[in-house]
Design a protein around this ligand. Structure first.
Ligand code: SF4
Length: 251
């Protein structure tokens, strides 16, 4: 492993380890369902959890899960091929939710809310079927800050993406071990690792406009106020990332 890769890995492991400890994300005997959509965040999450699994004082299991939603041109073989090579237990769930989204919405509506609601429902049911006690998602610190700002500006709430969150019906617990990891580090590490990243605009929707604007806003602030990201994240962590009675909007 080259120096740059080793340093980045250490930094990401430190962030993930700290978040897991701060929020009690993993307990002895837990079975974690690690969600991979083909984006860099999921690959990095799985990589770090496999490393932590070897060294952590608690024993836990991992099951990687990829949901193939039937997006046009989705290369369904890419993620399973990688997971076989990695030697990690995995399951691919195929449900053509994209047809439902297309049938239900007219062209003017943004499909993301329905699309992610359907995805969540399938993943939550899969976790129950597989006996997984925790669902690990790859949202990172920048996702958390952007979601907080979106909710603040557009919804009038201070909710964000909680690092540990139990669904209202008590069936599932969601964890976000990358809550203290920055997107730039994840991107740089993913580039060095050369993960088989699947394009995230197969549906024709690029990152929602409001989220891009929040990203630009934080980037602009960061240029004027060094450490502003850290300050926002620290404030959110102190507030336990806002109380979240229901799953907040997805990034
Ligand atoms: S960007 Fe595409 S795949 Fe993602 S939630 Fe929106 S419609 Fe679904």
């Amino acid at each position: 492993m080259k120096d740059a890769e080793r340093l980045l890995r250490r930094k990401l492991l430190r962030g993930a380890g700290q978040a897991i400890a701060d929020f009690g994300m993993i307990r002895e005997g837990d079975r974690l369902m690690v969600c991979l959509s083909g984006g860099k965040d999921g690959y990095v999450l799985l990589d770090l959890l496999m490393d932590l699994q070897r060294r952590a004082p608690v024993r836990f299991e991992l099951l990687a899960v990829n949901l193939d939603q039937g997006l046009p041109g989705f290369p369904g073989e890419v993620i399973p091929r990688y997971l076989v090579r990695l030697g990690v237990p995995f399951r691919v769930v195929r449900k053509d939710t994209w047809s439902i989204v297309k049938r239900t919405l007219d062209e003017a509506e943004t499909p993301c809310a329905l699309c992610s609601r359907l995805r969540r429902g399938i993943l939550y049911n899969t976790a129950v079927e597989e006996g997984c006690t925790r669902i690990a998602l790859g949202h990172h610190a920048d996702d958390i800050i952007q979601t907080f700002l979106l909710n603040l500006f557009f919804e009038g709430t201070t909710r964000s993406l909680p690092p540990l969150w139990r669904t209202g019906d008590g069936r599932n617990t969601v964890i976000r071990p990358l809550a203290y990891c920055w997107e730039t580090d994840i991107e740089a590490y993913a580039a060095l690792k050369n993960y088989p990243v699947v394009s995230n605009d197969l549906c024709g929707i690029t990152r929602p406009l409001e989220r891009r604007r929040m990203r630009e806003l934080v980037d602009g602030l960061q240029r004027k106020i060094p450490n502003v990201r850290r300050s926002i994240l620290a404030a959110l962590a102190g507030d336990r990332f806002g109380a979240a009675p229901e799953e907040p909007r997805d990034p």
